[in-house]
Design a protein around this ligand. Structure first.
Ligand SMILES: [Zn+2]
Length: 388
């Protein structure tokens, strides 16, 4: 009785094996594995061993003998592109597009790949054509991102704004960039003296991103160009609410308006107040310059001395020695000058803004990094080498 009972327990296992056998045709499996050419595995092996030249040779031979293996063609195309053989990549992807039995998925994949080839080759018009053909497909996020990139390279800001609005999570993901695109449009209009066009662009920039310092800065410039210094000053001072690190960029302009109105002391008091709230060498520089021009050398010296104590830096020391030279008695000046020249040579290397993204350094402040094309990636304050 016990023996029969055990066999009953094994019955489901036999059923399972039968079910598997019905679905897997071992002979078919063997045939399929023989159908994959040996050269394909060789190619893969070379790729895995990081021997791209030999991998390419093997894969080209497989692709030649199996033109229908479309995934293999795409792999080959992307390998060509990575190696900079853009002519070959373009020809290959074009040939896929010319196939008579093209499925919609393969067509999309080929257009995307062709767009990337053209973009890499710097043929932006053709890349745009390829990507645009993908836009009727609702899932074309990759193509939209690529187009956004191309429009920025071509400085087609309105097209870039439209494209960014079609991306998923458009309201938040690209607000910094879109505000910058509006600023670019505003700046272009301002260069052409089209004040009435520039104003609404700056409004749009702030609606998209209310902390866009550049838009507020340009609002001030625009007001001044239109002969409204008071409005300009108010705009520039609004930067305090957005990001006080940028105040040094407008400090000199604000002071000049006070000077033009004959209220220089009021301007200096305002600037001193800002510096006390947001101390930085960058903000101290325009204040110092104004104090020195007004003959208040002792004030300038004391402010710099306190700044160097607060934040010891080579750049600060350089500025301190500079003003010390102005107040020092004549017999000490030669020695001081020697020290100052030495410090200045080293400090000057740190008198730069640097990109947080790629590390590109420049004396000028860029809203759009020339090194990596990121927006607002520059530190507002210049790098300051600390003293030990
Ligand atoms: Zn950069």
């Amino acid at each position: 009785m016990e023996f029969d009972y055990l066999w009953l327990l094994l019955l489901p296992v036999f059923f399972g094996l039968g079910w598997l056998a019905a679905r897997i045709d071992i002979r078919q499996l063997l045939r399929d594995s023989r159908a994959v050419p040996k050269a394909y595995f060789e190619g893969l092996n070379f790729l895995l061993n990081e021997q791209p030249d030999r991998a390419l040779g093997a894969l080209v031979s497989v692709a030649h003998h199996h033109p229908d293996a479309v995934e293999l063609q795409f792999a080959l195309g992307s390998l060509f592109r990575k190696r900079g053989e853009l002519d070959r990549a373009i020809k290959l992807h074009q040939s896929i597009l010319q196939r008579p039995d093209l499925s919609p998925d393969v067509r999309s994949q080929a257009l995307q790949a062709l767009g990337e080839d053209y973009q890499r080759a710097g043929l932006l018009d053709r890349a745009e054509d390829s990507y645009r053909q993908l836009l009727d497909n609702g899932q074309a996020t990759e193509a939209r991102m690529a187009l956004l990139n191309i429009y920025q390279q071509e400085r087609e800001w309105q097209k870039a704004i439209d494209m960014a609005s079609q991306l998923p999570d458009a309201a938040h993901a690209h607000q910094h960039e879109v505000a910058q695109f509006y600023c670019e449009l505003a700046q272009r209009a301002m260069s052409a003296s089209q004040w009435e066009v520039a104003g609404p662009y700056l409004q749009s920039a702030l609606e998209v991103h209310r902390k866009c310092v550049r838009a507020t800065l340009l609002q001030g410039d625009l007001a001044l160009m239109q002969g409204q210094p008071d409005a300009a000053r108010q705009a520039w001072l609004r930067i305090e609410q957005q990001n006080p690190d940028y105040l040094h960029m407008v400090a000199e302009k604000v002071l000049r308006i006070y000077q033009d109105e004959g209220r220089q002391d009021e301007g200096l008091t305002l600037l001193r107040g800002l510096y006390q709230r947001y101390p930085s060498l960058d903000l101290l520089e325009p204040l110092n310059l104004a104090l020195q021009q007004a003959g208040k050398l002792q004030d300038s010296y004391e402010l710099l001395r306190d700044e160097v104590r607060r934040q010891p830096s080579l750049l600060g020391l350089d500025r301190l020695l500079q003003v010390q030279l102005l107040v020092a008695p004549p017999e000490r000046r030669a020695d001081l000058e020697q020290v100052r020249n030495l410090v200045h040579q080293h400090a000057d290397k740190h008198n730069m803004h640097s990109c947080r993204h790629c590390g590109f350094r420049a004396r000028q402040y860029f809203w759009h990094c020339p090194g990596c094309a990121e927006w607002e990636s520059y530190s507002a304050l210049r790098g300051q080498a600390s003293l030990p």
